[in-house]
Design a protein around this ligand. Structure first.
Ligand code: TXA
Ligand code: MG
Length: 381
């Protein structure tokens, strides 16, 4: 992992998320053309962009993020036709998905085109491609005149940024320019679909739901649950890029421990409350990520000083997704010692929410048993 770099001054420039000013976009595009990095909003999370066709720019991305060279980058394009510039072959299934979901939060894994440096794909013969729908991202890629490689604009292992302030907190002094287009609407990263496998498979659930993908590709395989230990050593046992490198369990970690509860709703609530009260009793600062349905039961925790955040109802997974990373960061910044979190049903964007929470919890889930907040057992997938 490359971590050494000279500090640069980081400028944050506001940009209208719907109609970005041409001069601001041109300034950012000029930096990209010169091989520099620019942080920009997409509809999912903020990206740390660099010229996808230039090895040196890609190297800068890894260095700024502190990301190991074994974890490949997503190449962003501004028009579907550009797929053929970065992929060696575009199967009919890819065009069908692109037609249905682009621009939008979907990334396709295809055979790598020759022009994409191997550094971008971490040595893989496949490339990840996505066409974002955010007007700022589109305008920037178009103005830069080349595909833009962009991972999420966080330091390696940290929660992805959904605001320019999150990106600044992680990358201040490491990039010259951050375009601030306000909070990103989707809030979780794109869904990554492997079209190089014999049967198309979701490698990372994200902003495009499994249900929606199935309407277009009924044979698509759902993601396998994150495995404990896999990816703790980036690159895996073979010492080369993993097949689904984003499946690092440690990938989405808040800097404070997160305990994830699961089980029947009432049992989860009771377990959250019991655990919170126990820790408050011990003098710990407790953060709770819950749903609005939990608030009444959790009120005694709040009264004793717990920070209770309920971004939405259990029935609104897209709203939970939109607020998820910002809520985790806010609890972190408030200085809590532990985050206690409920589970969300893996329906719609709830699948991505639950995936990120499992990773943040290191793959461990505490199964709350009915009627008791205390007898909880740990379930490792
Ligand atoms: O929504 C998003 O996808 C955001 C925005 C900025 O576009 N980007 C993002 O990038 O989340 P990143 O680098 O944080 O995550 C990219 C994921 C990683 O899990 C990576 O391992 C996987 O895509 N990936 C990239 N290239 C791959 C490849 N050739 N084969 C398999 N997985 C790949
Ligand atoms: Mg990321």
């Amino acid at each position: 992992m490359a971590d050494e770099m000279k500090a640069v001054h980081t400028e944050v420039v506001s940009v209208d998320p719907q109609q970005p000013a041409a001069d601001v976009i041109e300034r950012a595009a000029a930096l990209l053309r010169a091989g520099e990095l620019v942080v920009f909003p997409t509809e999912t999370v903020y990206g740390l962009g660099g010229n996808a066709l230039q090895e040196e720019a890609a190297r800068r991305i890894f260095t700024a993020k502190g990301r190991p060279f074994t974890d490949p980058l997503i190449v962003h394009i501004a028009q579907k036709e550009e797929l053929e510039q970065v992929a060696a072959a575009v199967p009919e299934r890819a065009w069908r998905l692109a037609e249905a979901f682009w621009p939008g939060p979907l990334t396709l894994i295809l055979p790598r085109g020759e022009r994409v440096p191997r550094l971008v794909t971490a040595g893989l013969e496949t490339v990840a491609v996505r066409l974002p729908s955010h007007p700022v991202a589109q305008a920037l890629i178009r103005a830069a005149g080349r595909p833009i490689a962009a991972p999420s604009a966080n330091r390696f292992k940290h929660v992805s940024p959904t605001t320019a302030q999150h990106a600044l907190a992680d990358l201040n002094g490491r990039v010259p320019l951050i375009l601030d287009g306000g909070p990103t609407p989707v809030g979780v990263e794109s869904t990554v679909v492997d079209l190089c496998a014999p049967v198309p498979r979701i490698l990372r659930p994200g902003g495009t739901s499994l249900e929606a993908l199935r309407q277009v590709l009924p044979e698509i395989e759902p993601p396998s649950p994150p495995r404990i230990g896999a990816g703790d050593e980036p690159g895996g046992q073979e010492g080369q890029a993993q097949r689904s490198p984003g499946q690092l369990l440690i990938h989405y970690s808040p800097t404070v421990p997160l305990l994830l509860f699961d089980g029947e709703d009432a049992a989860q609530r009771a377990a959250l409350k019991a655990e919170a009260l126990k820790r408050l009793e011990e003098g710990k600062r407790v953060g709770i990520l819950a749903a609005s349905e939990d608030l009444e039961v959790l009120r005694p925790c709040q009264e004793r000083g717990a920070l209770v955040r309920a971004p939405a109802s259990l029935e609104e997974p897209a709203r939970v997704a939109a607020a998820l990373f910002a809520t985790l960061r806010a609890l972190e910044e408030a200085g809590v010692d532990v985050i206690l979190c409920r589970s969300f049903k893996p329906v719609g964007l709830g699948l991505a929410v639950q995936d990120r929470l499992r990773r943040a919890a290191g793959g461990r889930v505490i199964l709350a048993e009915a009627e008791s907040g205390e007898s909880a057992s740990i379930d490792a997938p």
